[in-house]
Design a protein around this ligand. Structure first.
Ligand code: NAD
Length: 368
């Protein structure tokens, strides 16, 4: 296969700071693991607005369509709050997701042992937790028509429509089953088939795809409200959770916070396979641009580094190197190293963004 190409879009606020640490890890892989990446960089969000008057230039969009993976830092900040909706920094990110047709959003909730105390749940409930939420991202109630606020008699009515076609359910179910093949072979699909027709169709199509093409995967179905309850009661019963856009929005935030800080959470958004077999892909930390700490060297770069590890696993078939990075992070955290967001109530001294990147690179070297 050709050299993997990556377009880095650092964005705003802490985006460039955490992305600098990803560059460090890419450099480490190139030096020590005989891997080569074709890395380019461009602007997105407020940074693109400042340069071009739009949050994503057409040329950048075209480059994003052309590479194997896009790596994004974060967008937004108070400087841009009063801009017209059409040019707000977030519109740049939404355009990327929409035009690349990234229909599968992968949100892992993985609890590093050293941070198990950080969860709001008891340590034994979250220690060793490793689940993946696969959320449908481009359809469902956030996009369905009709939508709007209408006059009805002498009052107004707000309407949104939950809508899923069979092919939309089919492709997201396949994404979840493929993922499960690389993990423990278990998928739990969540909807509300008890009260929603779209849920009935979701369950039917998911089961059909399973029976036809993934019979070896253990598939279960659960009502999403029960799913939410089970996630906080006994999250380790799950491996891959497959769900729609709305329920996925809520369940993935809930699952993510089982594991502690926003500075630890990666994500991937995948689309259809390209000609070279790699999926269209955008990798980004879940957190935003954190204007309150931007420019101070306080940001935790781990979410962004873990997002790059996801790129290695899902775009570049380098699962072993992804695990090496995750293990290095585990080692660094186990040694007590912490950025400010991970200090907790007992306090201690915080390391800087770049010190954390250095520590992870050093742990990678030690792993050889
Ligand atoms: P945020 O995620 O930027 O910050 C929330 C809190 O978490 C802040 O206290 C921040 O300091 C902290 N935090 C976040 N990431 C951290 C990290 N890596 N290390 C240490 N601490 C971290 O959310 P917000 O404050 O609601 O939004 C700030 C800006 O970011 C807004 O303009 C918002 O629109 C934008 N935003 C962008 C994205 C994105 O780019 N995907 C996502 C969410 C918010």
């Amino acid at each position: 296969m050709s050299t993997p190409s990556i377009l880095i879009l650092p964005g705003d606020g802490i985006g460039p700071e955490v992305m600098a640490e990803v560059r460090k890890i890419i450099g480490w892989l190139e030096t020590n693991r005989d891997l080569k990446f074709d890395v380019s960089e461009d602007l997105v969000g407020g940074a693109a607005y400042d340069a071009h008057g739009v949050p994503l230039h057409d040329d950048t969009m075209a480059r994003a369509q052309d590479v194997d993976a896009v790596l994004l830092g974060a967008v937004g900040g108070p400087k841009y709050d009063d801009l017209d909706f059409s040019v707000k920094p977030e519109r740049g990110l939404l355009r990327l997701r929409k035009e690349m047709d990234l229909f599968a959003n992968l949100r892992p909730a993985q609890c590093f042992d050293a941070l198990a105390d950080f969860s709001s749940l008891k340590t034994e409930i979250v220690a060793g937790l490793d689940i993946m939420i696969v959320r449908e991202l481009t359809s469902g109630v956030y996009f369905g028509e009709p939508r709007g606020i209408f006059e009805e008699g002498n009052e107004r009515v707000g309407i949104n429509t939950q809508r899923y076609t069979e092919s939309e359910i089919d492709r997201i179910a396949r994404a979840a089953f493929e993922l499960a093949r690389k993990r423990s072979g278990k998928v739990c699909s969540m909807e509300k088939a008890n009260v929603m027709e779209s849920g009935i169709l979701w369950r039917e199509v998911t089961q059909r795809v399973h029976d036809a093409d993934y019979p070896e995967i253990e598939l279960s179905h659960m009502y999403a409200d029960n799913g939410a309850m089970q996630l906080v009661r006994a999250p380790k019963q799950f491996d891959v959770i497959l769900t729609d856009n709305l329920f996925g929005d809520i369940l993935s935030d809930c699952a993510a916070m089982l594991t502690g800080s926003l500075g630890m959470l990666p994500s991937a958004s995948l689309g259809a396979p390209m000609a070279n077999g790699r999926p269209k892909a955008l990798y980004e930390p879940v957190h935003g641009s954190a204007p309150d700490i931007a420019g101070e060297g306080k940001a935790n770069p781990i979410a962004c580094i873990l997002s790059f590890a996801m790129a290695l696993r899902y775009s570049f078939d380098q699962g072993e190197e992804a695990s090496r990075i995750e293990q290095a992070i585990e080692t660094v955290l186990a040694s007590g190293a912490r950025t400010g967001d991970l200090l907790g109530a007992e306090g201690g001294s915080a390391m800087s963004t770049s010190e954390m990147g250095d520590a992870i690179a050093a742990a990678l070297t030690d792993s050889l």
